[in-house]
Every structure is written in structure tokens, then in C-alpha cells.
Write a protein of this length. Structure first.
Length: 208
């Protein structure tokens, strides 16, 4: 089987990401059940492409002023927001089933690339703490390039920067909007639901 390129998202695909659980644990006075945690998460993170947190994801703001901006905007306690931001690196742990999937892809000889909406401090932590991130030939984080999924400019940047042949490349993400955006830019893309589902889809598609 000839060598092709698989481009993986990180959060929710390779690493654990459950923001409602974080909200309930760290801001229980505001997030006391899933419904209230969902409201708090929406207020903290805002939309994917606009707001304070997207500026963090783009590398435009550091954690301390980020917490201050969110506290001013939402009225949530500054200390709780600081604790939330500080807790995220330990929360985003690799999921064993996904690591096993990456091993299968690596064993198949494919080029592996990471493409993630993630601020610089969290990206630095993942690379330093977890060996599996060293398996990727390239790691493209939004906080380092200043672009976010699902922006077309990011997909075009990755394509050009890595000289990808899109007919021999596949993008894998757990957000349908990102999958749709990639396809609109001419990419092949797979919606990730679980490591088992993804592996089966890769086998069915002849990637594994």
C-alpha cells in the first residue's frame, strides 16, 4: 500500500475533551448540572470563530488576560476562571483507544499530521508530556499559525505548507462543521465518532 497522509484533529479525537465535566468540577456554584454547565461553557468559550477564547486559540492573548476578560464579560469569579484554564492541560489526556488507532496508522506507513484548534500553552504541554505527539510528521496548532478551523484559509495553508495531494490525504475531525469545511476546500474528510468507528471506516476505505 502506497504512502498517504492522514490529518488528525486532537481534542475529542486523540485527547479527552469533556468541557461540561470541567465546568461542573471547577465552577460548581454556576454549573451544577449538565444544562447549567452547558450555559457556562457557552459563555466562557463563546463561538468557535469569535470572542475571547478564539483569540486565545489564535495565539492573540495569554491565559492571565484571557481570564480577566472572561470574568469582566460574564461576571464569573476570576479565581474560578484562572483555575479552569490551568486545569485544562491535565484534562486533555490521550485516549488509549485513539493512541492504538494512531499506532495502526503509523504501522501502515502513512504520513501523520496533526491539525488542531489549540492555544500555544496547551499545545506545548501536549508535545512535552505525551510521546504519541512525536509520531506526527507535522503538528499544526491554531495558536501557532493564527488561523482556526473551519476557516478555509487554514485548510489551504496546510495543503500548501505540506504540499498535500488531496486525493491521497484524509482529514479526521469530530466536529461536523470542520469536516464540511474541509470537504468544501477539496479535501477528503471523515467525521470521527469513536476510535472503533474511525478504524473501521479507515479499513473500509482502504487506508488500513
Amino acid at each position: 500500500m502506497s504512502r498517504r497522509t492522514l490529518v488528525f484533529d486532537a481534542g475529542g479525537v486523540i485527547v479527552h475533551w469533556q468541557p461540561l465535566a470541567l465546568m461542573r468540577r471547577l465552577m460548581p456554584e454556576h454549573a451544577h448540572d449538565d444544562a447549567s454547565a452547558r450555559r457556562v461553557a457557552a459563555a466562557v468559550f463563546q463561538t468557535q470563530l469569535a470572542g475571547d477564547w478564539s483569540g486565545f486559540d489564535r495565539g492573540q492573548i495569554e491565559p492571565a488576560p484571557l481570564a480577566e476578560r472572561i470574568a469582566e464579560r460574564t461576571g464569573y469569579p476570576l479565581a474560578a476562571l484562572q483555575a479552569l484554564i490551568a486545569a485544562i492541560p491535565a484534562h486533555i489526556q490521550p485516549m488509549p483507544a485513539s493512541v492504538a488507532l494512531l499506532e495502526s496508522v503509523r504501522d501502515a506507513g502513512h504520513r501523520m499530521v496533526l491539525l488542531s484548534n489549540m492555544p500555544r500553552p496547551f499545545a506545548d504541554h501536549l508535545e512535552a508530556a505525551h510521546a504519541c505527539f512525536g509520531w506526527f510528521e507535522a503538528r499544526i496548532f491554531s495558536g501557532r499559525v493564527g488561523l482556526l478551523k473551519p476557516e478555509a484559509a487554514l485548510f489551504d495553508h496546510v495543503r500548501d505548507h505540506l504540499a498535500l495531494d488531496l486525493e491521497r490525504s484524509l482529514f479526521i475531525d469530530d466536529h461536523a462543521d470542520n469536516v464540511g469545511a474541509a470537504r468544501a476546500c477539496g479535501w477528503q474528510a471523515l467525521h470521527f465518532e469513536s476510535a472503533a468507528q474511525c478504524e473501521q471506516a479507515l479499513r473500509d476505505g482502504g487506508w488500513l
